[in-house]
Write a protein that binds this ligand. Structure first.
Ligand code: GLC
Length: 798
């Protein structure tokens, strides 16, 4: 028998082992079963038969006590149950399956592992002798016919990754194309959707890994890792949203962003001095274009030395931060991990003296090239290095900076002083992080780097919510930073690609991802930039960024009609901020992304499952941008439900019954948007920049459904502690009558708010009670609500 013996440890862990292999089962949170597989554990020196404690970069550090397990033995079968799930293990073959039903879902098989195996190293871990067996441990999970595989981190291609071969190896990759793999971020987590039901599979390995998603064998999802173990989590559904919630509970929730980070941002690799940035801010203000932040690229440093400021370009950073703040603009400087190797440079000297740097397999400090050349690399995988780097943030916090852009943290390395085997432009496989190889630590590198950033702000600026964006990441990065999709290009294909990429990241636990608006590489055009801004109206954050040497792409650079179209898109973004901020809050509570692929809420609809040229902003607002040159309309898929054309569609208020494909007329100034019946959105008025997330004026846009509508609004100071207030707007419809009220939760007192309510989908109105005034025109009822209103009723002729 492959796994003859077993023992239950502390009631929360079952360990099973045989001659060579070990399997350990536990239930970290309800609805999630963890199976640690260690094939060849005896030969691999993994503490056989008891595995050594593992440090995970993905898991939330303070998970609650694990659930209790019960075990039944029936001949060769072991049945281990806990947290609502059951694992059945065939001890002869090692095959296992997980069944269960959670949150009202049917009892069913979630995952069936056909096989897992591994190789013992031919020599002791001397990596040179082993020559990097990249398929050292293997796992084969049954891939049911028709199942879709969503997520898997940052990927090109369609939302459903079935049929793809994926590599988990964070890569600085420029340019990327519609087939490029891998990219900058590795999240080995997928939501499997079959017949409308979902479950998740997460393999928590930072080692280089591949996944063959029913490509070579159409019936198997095969993982192969360069590491000696496979740490597998099976997450119950039944809906994709349940899987995401459990993944967020397991790996940590993304912190609530400050409001300003959701406003418009401008960036360019090419702004060199404070004067350049001044001119950009003035450019926005002169044209009355909304702007909340400007990102500062590498030129602000002194000779690309991190944690320095070049005084010629930025004579007084603190004063400049203040000056920008007067215009309502925050500054977000870049930080790269590579440290310039230069005698006397304090960051380098400290790192060297304290042994904080990554070393070669021979034990010398590893030297490479990034922007600084030569450069050395801090080993963030060690807590003392994280603490040291966190301390460096004082340079920024003293200047009043509240946001940071962590780049090149795959880590990128253009060349090596001591060339060794590697993959992509990074450190060699056998470089050393303490005693661990880069092959194991590479994918993890960006997480502790951003953890250090967050710790730095927490220490020196505890009163604010820092906004940290990172280019690379591993599962769990959302606890520390959000991400952008790296160096895209100013092409229509990249615009279209941004939606499945951001959507896929959202389905991988990263709810605030975005792509560079306008495209980073290559010259953008007026039409592309305008359509990109429209597409980005619902990006979780909205940053225009471009590479040096490309044409300028600030919103006004292409003249009319483009500037006006972009102006309108930005104003729409600012009108939507109460909704976006509410979604951001929801994301931080539930793991649900801001920009949602249709698959998330329409998993049983095969067309919705595979539609990735449009997205839902929240539950009920469909955004269907035009993403092709010269097109003045498009086909839009509307899933089941009634959908009203809203905002700037010429057919405003027209209602379509889904599921259906409809044609949207979309001349350049039009972004097709549809609101689902039963939904109400909180909106406000456009502004030059954000201030507080306590909106002095709120307009609810509601689409009346069969039972009425519901809207949600979260408000607070927009920064600092989460002392907010959630309001639910509830419209109850019954036999020709609609009564509207609100329910509020939370301590914060709100200033007087002026509320209006626009309702689409009403028959001619007979009477309105409780409103300050109203008008009814073309099927839209517009109500002005009195201060401190309690109930409004509307009756109509049915
Ligand atoms: C990398 C980043 C890009 C940045 C550039 C210069 O390519 O991805 O956003 O502008 O480096 O720092």
């Amino acid at each position: 028998m492959r796994l003859g013996q077993f023992v239950t440890e502390g009631g929360v862990q079952v360990r099973v082992w045989g001659e060579t292999d070990v399997l350990v089962v536990s239930t970290p949170i309800p609805g999630v079963l963890r199976v640690r597989l260690a094939p060849q554990a005896r030969a691999n020196g993994l503490g056989f038969p008891r595995l050594t404690e593992k440090r995970s970069f993905a898991l939330h550090p303070d998970l609650p006590e694990p659930e209790r397990l019960s075990v039944q033995e029936d001949g060769e079968t072991l049945q281990i149950s806990g947290g609502g799930l059951t694992l059945q293990l065939n001890r002869s073959s090692g095959a296992w399956r997980v069944t269960g039903g959670q949150d009202g879902g049917p009892e069913r098989e979630l995952a069936s592992v056909l096989d897992w195996s591994g190789d013992a190293p031919t020599a002791r871990p001397a990596m040179t002798a082993e020559r990097f067996n990249l398929r050292r441990s293997r796992l084969s999970v049954a891939a049911p016919e028709g199942a879709a595989y969503l997520g898997f981190g940052e990927r090109v291609g369609p939302l459903d990754k079935r049929g793809m071969q994926l590599t988990f190896w964070n890569t600085d990759c420029y340019p990327h194309h519609t087939d490029t793999d891998p990219l900058y971020i590795s999240v080995p987590f997928t939501t499997v959707v079959q017949g409308g039901l979902a479950h998740g599979i997460f393999v928590d390995e930072t080692w280089r890994m591949t996944a063959d998603v029913a490509r070579t064998n159409p019936y198997a999802l095969d993982f192969a890792s360069a590491g000696p173990e496979l740490d597998v989590y099976v997450l119950a559904g039944p809906r994709p949203a349940d899987v995401l919630r459990r993944f967020a509970d397991l790996t940590g929730h993304a912190p609530m962003p400050p409001l300003w980070a959701l406003g418009a941002a401008q960036s360019r690799w090419g702004y060199r001095t404070a004067d350049d940035l001044r001119a950009v801010i003035a450019g926005y203000r002169e044209r009355n274009l909304p702007l909340d932040s400007v990102y500062i690229d590498i030129e602000y440093m002194d000779a690309f030395k991190v944690w320095t400021v070049n005084r010629a370009g930025f004579p007084d950073l603190k004063a400049f931060v203040k000056e920008a703040a007067k215009e309502g603009v925050k500054l977000v400087p870049i930080i790269d991990p590579g440290i310039k190797l230069e005698a006397g440079y304090d960051v380098y000297e400290e790192a060297l003296k304290n042994d904080y740097l990554v070393r070669t397999a021979r034990g010398d400090v590893l030297v490479g090239e990034v922007w600084p050349d030569p450069a050395v690399f801090p080993d963030f995988t060690r807590p003392e290095v994280v603490a040291w780097w966190a301390g460096r943030h004082k340079l920024f916090t003293d200047a009043g900076i509240q946001g940071q852009w962590n780049d090149m943290n795959e880590p990128a390395c253009f060349s090596l002083a001591q060339p060794r085997e590697t993959e992509g432009k990074t450190l060699p496989y056998d470089a050393l992080h303490g005693s661990r190889s880069h092959l194991e630590m590479h994918n993890a590198y960006a997480n502790p780097m951003s953890q250090a950033s967050r710790a730095g702000y927490a220490k020196y600026s505890p009163e604010i919510r820092p906004w940290i964006i990172s280019r690379a990441g591993y599962a769990g990065i959302q606890r520390h930073a959000t991400v952008w999709t790296g160096d895209n290009a100013a092409t229509w294909s990249h615009l279209a690609l941004s939606l499945p990429m951001i959507g896929g990241l959202g389905l991988s636990g990263i709810p605030f991802a975005a792509a560079d608006v306008g495209g980073f590489g290559g010259d953008t055009t007026g039409e592309l930039l305008a359509r990109w801004y429209q597409t980005a109206v619902g990006y979780p954050f909205l940053r225009n960024h471009s590479a040096q040497g490309t044409v300028d792409q600030e919103p006004w650079r292409f003249g009319e009609p483009y500037t006006s179209v972009i102006h309108a898109a930005l104003e729409l973004r600012y009108r939507l901020l109460p909704h976006l901020y509410t979604l951001a809050h929801l994301a931080s509570q539930t793991g649900l992304p801001v920009l949602r692929p249709l698959a998330l809420h329409h998993a049983a609809d095969e067309t919705a499952l595979r539609t990735d040229s449009q997205y839902l902003l929240g539950y009920g607002l469909m955004v269907a941008p035009v993403m092709a040159a010269g097109h003045r309309g498009r086909q839009v898929y509307l899933p089941a439900g009634r959908w009203a054309a809203v905002f700037n569609l010429a057919e405003f208020g027209a209602v379509h019954d889904g599921p259906a494909h409809v044609t949207a007329e979309a001349p350049l100034h039009t972004l097709p948007l549809y609101l689902k019946a039963g939904e109400a959105l909180p909106l406000t008025e456009p502004a030059a920049h954000t201030t507080q997330a306590r909106w002095p004026r709120v307009t609810w846009l509601a689409h009346l459904g069969e039972t009425g509508f519901v809207g949600q609004l979260y408000e607070d100071a927009g920064d600092g502690p989460l002392e907010g207030r959630s309001t639910r707007l509830i419209g109850d419809r019954e036999a020709g009558r609609l009564s509207i009220r609100r329910e509020a939760e939370g301590a914060a007192s709100l200033p007087e708010q002026r509320e209006t309510l626009h309702i689409i989908g009403l028959e001619p109105v007979r009477e309105v009670q409780g409103a300050a005034s109203f008008s009814y025109e073309d099927g839209v009822l517009r109500l002005t609500l009195p201060a401190r209103w309690e109930e409004v009723t509307v009756t109509w002729v049915e």
